[in-house]
Write a protein that binds this ligand. Structure first.
Ligand code: AMP
Length: 222
């Protein structure tokens, strides 16, 4: 099974798509989740990154790569990378690491969304700190059954500190400046697949599965 690397603007749905795919047997690696865990633990890293994240800026390449290096070097399953790489430097570090680990069986999915749609998603997003599930108050199909409560684990839903208009604008501009060049990097490696992220969440998942030839693999496995 192919591993997946998501490249996407903020609130394009990387986390939701990762949750929809993870049951296929993936390890989900989200740098955003890992950094938020560090903040919750009030660890040394957490204290360094707390303000950077709430302002919508990028954490240093060194800090995130250390987290990624530890995770990927100890994996025995295909992975979903959600939120890394976000700069050309990170893409190069990842490339070296994957070469060292002899991993080439992956595809890069670019979730394509315009800034207006992404902002609406960010401002309506409600997340569960316990199980990581994500809901949205502005989309009927994505609202939790009981207002403010996670459908999966019953925990209280919260709004992320960086899901406000000011921080969103910084994150979107950061994406254009730092992350868009990565698209060319993976295009030149023939790894890049563009997916329209304004579609319904499950249509997006099906499109991704199609790209990963999941259906074909399933038939072969039967
Ligand atoms: P996310 O949950 O992917 O939206 O990430 C939330 C925030 O964590 C980002 O806005 C950044 O501040 C930080 N972050 C996550 N991944 C990275 C990364 N690969 N490089 C730098 N900062 C990151």
């Amino acid at each position: 099974m192919k591993s997946v690397i998501f490249i996407a603007p903020p609130a394009a749905g990387k986390g939701t798509q990762s949750s929809n795919l993870v049951d296929l047997g993936y390890t989900h690696i989200s740098t955003g989740d890992m950094l938020r865990e560090e903040i919750a633990k009030e660890s040394e890293i957490g204290l360094v990154v707390k303000d950077i994240i709430s302002k919508g800026m990028l954490v240093s390449d060194e800090i995130v790569f250390e987290l990624i290096n530890n995770k990927l070097s100890n994996l025995d399953k295909p992975f979903i990378l959600d939120g890394f790489p976000r700069t050309i430097k990170q893409a190069e570090l990842l490339d070296n690491l994957l070469n060292k680990l002899d991993i080439n069986n992956y595809e890069v999915i670019y979730l394509d969304i315009n800034s207006e749609d992404a902002m609406k998603r960010a401002l309506g997003r409600l997340t569960c700190n316990k199980c990581g599930a994500s809901f949205n108050k502005y989309y009927e199909a994505l609202q939790p059954i009981q207002e403010g409560i996670c459908d999966n684990c019953g925990n209280t839903l919260v709004t992320r500190t960086d899901d406000n208009e000011e921080s969103f604008k910084v994150r979107f501009n950061t994406f254009i400046e730092n992350t868009e060049p990565i698209i060319e990097f993976y295009k030149s490696k023939n790894k890049l697949h563009n997916v329209d992220a304004t579609m319904d969440s499950f249509d997006i998942t099906n499109k991704i599965k199609d790209i990963l030839k999941w259906l074909v693999l399933k038939v072969i496995e039967k």
